[in-house]
Design a protein around this ligand. Structure first.
Ligand SMILES: [Zn+2]
Length: 458
């Protein structure tokens, strides 16, 4: 394989040539109510050639690996056509060449676990949720494992083989009061790890079911401006979705107004605010030893002491902005070219304990976990999975319909306390951008407190 790839690259007439070949394994088990809704077990093999000729990109995607040279020629021809039609030739920032094999060792390799066992485990969690209460009316319990072996080589001389494991478990419950009110409870687990991560989650299944039932008695939140404490999961989703995507350099090229706001050195929050994107943390779903351009992972400080410190780059955006590549060029699969993506993105620890954060809040909201959100440039809107009221410095009863919204930059400046309990979660699914979805990432934060957040009832 190595020789064939190297020969195909050596025979290329392009200015730059890269070949990425991926072998992927996937297993998916989904139970809804009592029913096994989906059972999928797939392997896939494919590749992509990307060539740069006269400053234009050309690509060729294929499943048949027998004639790599043909795909190199196709990509080069396309690149020449693109180059002739483009006014801004692409330049790539220089990076060190590497030759390395990065193999993973999983404690309990999920590839050795029979599919039957995966079905039984998923079914057992589903049974726990269904059995928790007669008010449980629906479940969604999904197990997914993925394993990718990626071979990457380019005409600079880099040759890499790396393995990326990914395992996720979704434990979802829906409860009904029989009068039309339906509430959810959800727990998620996501790791770049082995089967051991999804075993022994009976208590988490029970927690999801109990929360769905408890939410039936939750009070609707009173809309308005609130002091809000976000738990590490919701704060992590916030920093990824509302802020992180703006730090992807390719996004800024398309948005001159935001590019101005996102100028390095601009102030975004309190001096205690540190935000990073890190290409490796143990078990992190966003881990990429090398990105899909063969660039070694980095720890990129996006916000340092409250100021924008650096952006995330591919080789192309780095050259364009006179910056260093940061190992953030990622593709969701061999069918796509890499674009600038996050990896493991989190807010670093501050100085506040959770107790200190809430003790002087007379009335506020403690919002936990996210059921997804929307962003429209700097306007965001996130639904908390559940929430509690804060009354006279203490956590009180459950609240429902907590939807946080506002202007990202005003909201970041209104963060006035950052906790010491950083937690990073993989969740399930992943990040979507440019039609490439779901890309495994993790997000995290300690608890954070934000003043004057708009909360609307649903
Ligand atoms: Zn995202």
């Amino acid at each position: 394989m190595k020789q064939t790839i190297k020969q195909a690259i050596a025979g290329s007439s392009a200015d730059y040539t890269e070949i990425r070949i991926e072998r992927r394994w996937l297993n998916r088990v989904l139970f809804q109510k009592e029913k096994l809704e989906t059972l999928e077990s797939a392997t896939e093999l494919g590749g992509i050639v990307r060539c740069l000729k006269n400053g234009g990109w050309g690509i060729s995607v294929f499943n048949d690996l027998t004639n790599l040279s043909k795909h190199v020629r196709e990509a080069t021809q396309m690149a020449a056509i693109v180059a002739a039609a483009t006014s801004e030739p692409v330049v790539l920032a220089d990076v060190p060449t590497v030759e390395e094999e990065v193999r993973v060792e999983l404690e309990h390799d999920f590839r050795d676990v029979p599919l039957q066992r995966k079905v039984e485990l998923t079914q057992s969690y589903n049974g726990i949720i269904l059995g928790e209460s007669s008010e449980i009316v629906a479940t969604q319990v999904q197990y997914v494992d993925r394993f990718a072996e990626i071979t990457f080589a380019n005409s600079d001389g880099t040759y890499l083989v790396q393995e990326l494991p990914d395992i996720t478990l979704l434990l979802g419950a829906a409860a009904s009061d029989g009068k039309g009110d339906i509430q959810q409870g959800m727990e998620t687990i996501g790791q770049a790890g082995g089967f051991e991560w999804v075993e022994g989650m009976e208590d988490r299944a029970q927690i999801a079911a109990k929360r769905a039932v408890a939410m039936l008695d939750a009070k609707p939140v009173v809309g308005g401006q609130h002091t809000v404490v976000l738990d590490p999961m919701l704060a992590g989703v916030f920093i990824h979705e509302a802020f992180g995507h703006f730090c992807e350099a390719d996004f800024l090229f398309k948005n001159p107004r935001l590019a101005k706001i996102m100028a390095l050195g601009n102030e975004f929050g309190m001096a205690d605010l540190q935000v990073v994107d890190e290409g490796y943390i143990p078990g992190g779903r966003g881990n990429v030893p090398y990105d899909d351009e063969g660039v070694r992972r980095e720890k990129t400080q996006l916000i340092k002491d409250g100021h924008l410190h650096s952006l995330m780059h591919s080789r192309e955006t780095a050259a364009k902005m006179g910056a260093q590549p940061t190992g953030n060029a990622r593709a969701v699969s061999y069918e796509y070219e890499p674009i600038v993506r996050m990896t493991n993105t989190y807010i670093e620890n501050g100085t506040f304990s959770f107790e200190d954060m809430i003790k002087d809040v007379e009335r506020g909201v403690y919002a936990v976990d996210a059921y997804g959100g929307q962003t429209e440039f700097e306007q965001f809107s996130f639904s908390a999975a559940y929430a509690y009221e804060i009354v006279n410095g203490e956590v009180g009863g459950l609240l429902r319909n907590v939807v946080l919204s506002g202007n990202l930059f005003e909201t970041m400046r209104s963060i006035d306390a950052i906790g010491t309990d950083l937690k990073i979660s993989g969740g399930v699914g992943g990040c979507g951008k440019g039609g490439q979805n779901p890309l495994p990432v993790t997000t995290g934060a300690p608890h954070i407190r934000i003043r004057n957040v708009t909360i609307g009832g649903k």
